[in-house]
Design a protein around this ligand. Structure first.
Ligand SMILES: [Mn+2]
Length: 329
C-alpha cells in the first residue's frame, strides 16, 4: 500500500479521536522517546488530547527531552479511542499488553502502528511500517509534513534526538542524504543539536567506563574476524554497574577495523543472557543470525535474549537452562 493512503487513514483516525494514547517500547531509547515526545507536541499543537506512556522510565541521558516529564508508566485504557505505537518492532514490545489485555483489540479502538523494524508483523489496524527509514522519528517527520503541522523547537529537538541516536550520530549506514536533509530542516526549526549530542554521547558515568574497561579487556577475535566479548554478573558487581551501563559498548566493539561482526553477551539480573550483534559489512544479515536465537532486529544491528548464564572455557559459550550449549566461536 502506498504511504499517502496510509497517511490519510492515520489522519482520519486522529481527526475522529477524542483522546489518543501514544506508547513505545520497554527500555526506551532516543528514537522511542524522541518520536513519542515529538508526536505528543505535534498533536497538542493541533489541539488533540493525548498521553504518552512507557512501561520503563526514561534513562538519565534522555531526561533533557522537552515534555519527558509527562511520560506515564501506566494508563486507564478505557479513556482512549486510538492507540499509537511508536518504534515497537512487535506487539509485545511495549509490554503493556500483559497489564491491559484489550490493548490491541481492534474492535474497541484503532491501533496505529508506526515503526521501522523489519521484524514488525503489522499488528495495528493501520500500519505505517517503513523498514528503510533510519528511525521512527523520520517517519513521524514525514507524517507531520503530510498533515502540514508546523515544526516548533520542541518537536524539532525531539525528532532530531531520534535521528541522532538511531544513526549513531550520523555514522551508521542508514544515514542517507535524506536523513541529512531532514536533520538540517529540524535544526533550522530550532532543534538543539549540541544539547542532543552532549546528552546522548557525552554523559558517560564512571561506572559505565569501568564496566566497558572489563568488556574491552574480555575481547576475543577469531579467525573469521568475529569480535566477541562478554559482561558477566561478576563484572557488573565489581564495577557497581547496572544493565543500563552496557548499552553503547557494542558500537565501540564494532569500530574495530576489519571486524566481520561484533558480538556482546551479557548476563542480566534475571538469569538471562542478552546477545547484541553489530556489523560494518554489507553482506551480513544480523537479523537472521539473531533469529536463530529467537531474537531479531535490523540487518546491521540485532539481538536476542535466552535464559541461561555465561561460562568461561577457552572460549565463551552460553549454557542455557536446558543445559544445551550454544557456541559462538
Ligand atoms: Mn528506532
Amino acid at each position: 500500500m502506498d504511504d499517502v493512503k496510509i497517511y490519510r487513514d492515520i489522519q482520519k483516525a486522529l481527526e475522529k479521536s477524542e483522546n489518543i494514547l501514544i506508547i513505545t517500547h520497554k527500555k526506551p531509547d532516543g528514537d522511542a522517546l524522541g518520536s513519542s515526545c515529538g508526536f505528543h507536541h505535534a498533536l497538542r499543537l493541533i489541539g488533540k488530547k493525548n498521553t504518552m506512556a512507557c512501561i520503563d522510565t526514561a534513562p538519565e541521558y534522555l531526561k533533557f527531552l522537552p515534555g519527558i516529564d509527562e511520560l506515564q508508566n501506566d494508563f486507564n485504557l478505557e479513556e482512549y479511542d486510538v492507540v499509537v505505537t511508536l518504534d515497537c518492532g512487535a506487539f509485545y514490545m511495549s509490554k503493556f499488553h500483559e497489564k491491559h489485555e484489550n490493548l490491541f483489540s481492534h474492535e474497541k479502538r484503532t491501533v496505529i502502528n508506526i515503526d521501522h523494524h523489519p521484524s514488525n508483523d503489522f499488528f495495528g489496524n493501520i500500519n505505517l511500517v517503513d523498514t528503510h527509514a533510519a528511525s521512527t522519528s523520520i517517519i513521524i517527520y514525514k507524517l507531520l509534513q503530510f498533515f502540514q503541522i508546523p515544526l516548533n523547537r520542541d518537536i524539532a529537538s525531539c525528532l532530531l534526538t531520534g535521528i541522532y541516536t538511531d544513526t549513531g550520530s550520523f555514522m551508521h549506514s542508514n544515514t542517507t542524504s535524506e536523513v541529512y536533509k531532514i536533520a538540517a530542516d529540524l535544526i533550522k526549526h530550532g532543534g538543539k543539536f549540541r544539547q542532543i549530542a552532549k546528552n546522548c554521547f557525552c554523559t558517560t558515568p564512571i561506572t559505565t567506563m569501568k564496566l566497558w574497561g572489563k568488556i574491552l579487556n574480555n575481547i576475543k577475535i577469531n579467525e573469521d574476524g568475529i569480535i566477541m566479548s562478554v559482561a558477566t554478573q561478576e563484572d557488573m558487581k565489581e564495577t557497581h554497574a547496572t544493565q543500563e551501563d552496557i548499552s553503547g559498548v557494542i558500537d565501540l566493539l564494532n569500530s574495530i577495523s576489519d571486524a566481520k561482526m561484533s558480538v556482546l553477551l551479557a548476563e542480566d539480573d534475571h538469569g538471562n543472557v542478552k546477545g547484541s550483534f553489530r556489523t560494518q559489512k554489507e553482506d551480513v544479515d544480523l537479523s537472521k543470525i539473531a533469529g536463530v536465537f529467537g531474537g531479531g532486529g535490523h540487518k546491521k544491528a540485532a539481538g536476542f535474549m535466552i535464559p541461561g548464564r555465561l561460562e568461561k572455557e577457552v572460549r565463551w559459550k552460553i549454557v542455557s537452562q536446558e543445559n544445551k550449549e550454544k557456541n559462538f566461536m
